[in-house]
Design a protein around this ligand. Structure first.
Ligand code: GLA
Length: 722
């Protein structure tokens, strides 16, 4: 519900349990009067206008009591008296960057605008949400910002983005255009972010907000392993299942920034959007620029409920296509088994053995094309290596299909090896600056995806390949970050547009391919989880979570990832190398899009039996894991010894709980308390037939002290209501 109150001059966005209130000041400033638990009313002006600071806060020339320096500005502008981090800064035709957009008009309607060509949250029907569009303008320069907000009717979610328009007769340049700005009237929060590196993505990090600016960002050309475009703010005293939690996620795969600034008045401004470093956008008269979309979630039920809201939203309103609802195939990937050293015969033997274990799809990883036998050559030469497939790749695909299996394939479309026919034919297609030798990483250059000719070539090549080779799945990899950012096809005043144009180019290619081949399941990957974000999920319903398949290491990765992303998004594999046995590898990998990454011909008979059992579990628990509610029961970041989580069916009729011992603890008992059940309902432990009330399972718990004890041991427990 979105309402305008002409007396109070407020715009109020309500979701079932949250309210977001914008005030229109008499000088036409837009103020963020409130964001938090649902309010039935809106009499907030008394809280809004904070006293300007001594003589140091610049004031409105017509209203000495108002200063943008201390007011909760709805979309903080640079240079016009607001001294905090700004959401918007536009260099005007006079050369200065003072920006001051004020309210002009608004409109409210059911539904949500389409942000194509940007990935975005979509509605399944207009009844799902309402949209508010506020037109603002800087009358001195003609820079306009249209602020878009969509409030969901049944989910505590507000999405937002901004369109900057040049409504003047002179060119102008955007220097900063963030997707969102929120003002919280206090700073009693912990900021939770997901940092990492290759093999250790999305590790939770919690810090107490302090005065000044705290930032996470990427300028790697992708969202990156190092920081994820997501941040949560947890009020002091709140926890996993209680208290105020705010979550902000950016639907974007490129350079981003999320910052929080705590002011001298102990208030907090939060902004999220494209990283302004190395960003700019030139606007000729009449032109506009659309920012990526940000998602905001508020709940008073803690971090767990915040995550579950994100999960529902991503599953229902971001993931698209056939595999939004269709079961994802249980697959085996040959990378860890063979690296590039394989041929059609080896793959077929893996497939036969995997089929016998009940695995449904073979994914052929890196090394099938050009003359690639290691990562130094042939990226860009997307034709099968005739030595590896003497009977043709199409024949191997036929044979695998005849086994009753699907067939998947690896591509890294955005990259090219210096030793490739593509690079020899088009050396100018790589990302590079004039007069400078570009850097190289993993023996590869990056193709300039901002160029239409490069994208057309890639589309044409992949289209022809896919017509001839009917694959069921593509793993789309991206194995280095960008440097030497420039494009020969952009004029100097538009070079700062490069990074964003690159991302738009990648989205364009993904869009064309997924439209042309809607039956193919796309999984994105970037050295594991280096581009794990909402932008990618719009095209690929699942993403490789990490190259790290050690189940103990995976625990912190999966817990961190789950803060924002659902199990359905997390590619999760069991591999041969790790510290634990197959039971624990499987129990951990079941939390995601389950698969194997090993040579099944080398498995012992005992491990084969365990895998057969896991395949059954995969089918039995698939829907519960993919569409159930996640409860994080014991966080591996908080407990050095053990960790546990569960999936609860939305009607509370079924629970799958998992617990892992990371390190043996010789002293204490391990009693696991479940969460999210109905306290007066009774549940049967399917393993031993014992029956317990929901209240007992949540308050007294189940004693696991004698069930799992040693390093790496784990247990799965399935309860159904009786
Ligand atoms: C990346 C991926 C791996 C594998 C290799 C192939 O590192 O994360 O799974 O596909 O590339 O080169």
């Amino acid at each position: 519900m979105i309402t305008f109150d002409p007396v109070q001059k407020t715009l109020k966005l309500d979701s079932p349990n949250s309210s977001y209130i914008i005030g229109i000041h008499e000088e036409k400033y837009l103020l963020n009067l409130y964001y938090g638990a649902y309010l039935p009313d809106n009499n907030l002006w008394g809280n809004a206008v904070r006293a300007p600071f001594a003589s140091f806060s610049p004031r409105n020339p017509h209203n000495d009591s108002f200063s943008p320096d201390t007011a909760p500005m709805e979309y903080g502008c640079n240079g016009s008296g607001d001294m905090r981090i700004s959401a918007l800064s536009v260099r005007n035709c006079f050369g200065n960057t003072t920006t001051d957009v004020r309210y002009v008009s608004h409109r409210i309607y059911a539904g949500k605008p389409d942000l194509f060509p940007l990935p975005h949250i979509y509605l399944n029907s207009d009844e799902e949400a309402d949209t508010l569009e506020i037109l603002t303008e800087d009358i001195a320069t003609g820079a306009q910002a249209v602020l878009y907000y969509t409030a969901f009717r049944k989910l505590d979610v507000i999405t937002r983005s901004v369109k900057v328009v040049n409504n003047s007769k002179e060119p102008m340049d955007i220097e900063r255009a963030f997707s969102m700005n929120v003002e919280l009237p206090s700073m009693d929060f912990d900021l939770i972010t997901l940092y990492g590196t290759w093999n250790k993505e999305r590790t939770c990090e919690k810090r107490r907000l302090v005065h000044g600016i705290q930032t996470i960002a990427s300028k790697r050309g992708s969202s990156s392993h190092m920081h994820n475009p997501f941040a949560a703010f947890l009020r002091h005293g709140a926890g996993e299942e209680q208290g105020d939690a705010y979550g902000f996620s950016l639907i974007y795969s490129g350079n981003f920034e999320i910052s929080a600034e705590c002011s001298f008045q102990d208030t907090t401004r939060i902004i999220a959007g494209i990283n302004p470093t190395d960003f700019g956008w030139h606007l000729e008269p009449g032109e506009s620029f659309q920012t990526p979309e940000a998602v905001m979630v508020y709940t008073d039920k803690g971090l767990g409920e915040m995550s579950r809201i994100f999960h529902r939203l991503i599953n229902n309103n971001l993931i698209r296509g056939r595999y939004k609802t269709e079961k994802r195939p249980l697959h085996i990937n040959n990378w860890e088994a063979t690296h590039c050293d394989f041929d059609g015969e080896k793959l077929f033997s893996i497939a036969q053995c995997a089929r016998e274990l009940g695995i449904e799809m073979l994914v052929m990883d890196d090394g099938w094309f050009g003359k690639r036998n290691d990562p130094t050559t042939s990226l860009g030469d997307w034709y099968p290596n005739p030595e590896k497939f003497p009977d043709g790749l199409d024949n191997l695909i036929k044979k695998i299909h005849a086994l009753g299996m699907k067939f998947g394939i690896w591509f890294e479309p955005e990259m090219v090896s210096p030793d490739s026919d593509l690079f020899r034919a088009h050396p100018d297609w790589i990302v590079h600056c004039p007069n400078r030798e570009p850097s190289i990483a993993r023996s590869q250059y990056v193709l300039n995806m901002s160029r239409a000719d490069v994208r057309d070539h890639l589309f044409g090549t992949m289209y022809a390949f896919l017509l001839e080779n009917p694959v069921d799945y593509i793993k789309w990899d991206f194995n280095r970050n960008l440097s030497d950012a420039a494009s020969a096809l952009l004029p100097p005043e538009r070079q700062k547009e490069f990074f964003h144009r690159y991302v738009l180019g990648t989205y364009d290619l993904m869009d064309r391919l997924t439209r042309a081949f809607p039956g193919i399941l796309l999984e994105s990957c970037s050295g594991g989880g280096g581009r794990f974000d909402g932008g990618m999920l719009y095209y690929s319903p699942q993403i490789q979570t990490s190259d790290n398949t050690d189940p103990i290491e995976r625990l912190t990765i999966q817990f961190g990832t789950s803060l924002c992303y659902p199990a359905s998004a997390m590619g999760s594999h069991v591999s041969a190398s790790s510290r634990t046995g197959y039971v624990t590898k499987g129990n951990v990998a079941l939390w995601g899009d389950f698969g194997y990454e090993l040579d099944p011909t080398e498995l012992s008979n005992t491990d084969r039996e365990i895998i057969r059992e896991q395949v059954k579990q995969y089918h039995q628990y698939y829907h519960l894991i993919q569409s159930g509610d996640l409860y994080r029961l014991i966080d591996p970041n908080d407990d050095p010894y053990k960790c546990a989580w569960s999936f609860v069916a939305s009607d509370k009729s079924e629970i799958l709980a998992a617990a892992v011992i990371m390190r043996e603890n010789h002293k204490t008992r391990f009693v696991l308390k479940l969460a999210g059940l109905e306290k007066n309902r009774y549940y049967r432990n399917e393993e031993n037939g014992e029956i317990y009330s929901g209240a007992l399972l949540m308050n007294a718990g189940i004693d696991l002290t004698n069930v799992i004890r040693k390093d790496g041991e784990s247990v799965l427990m399935h309860f159904t209501s009786v």
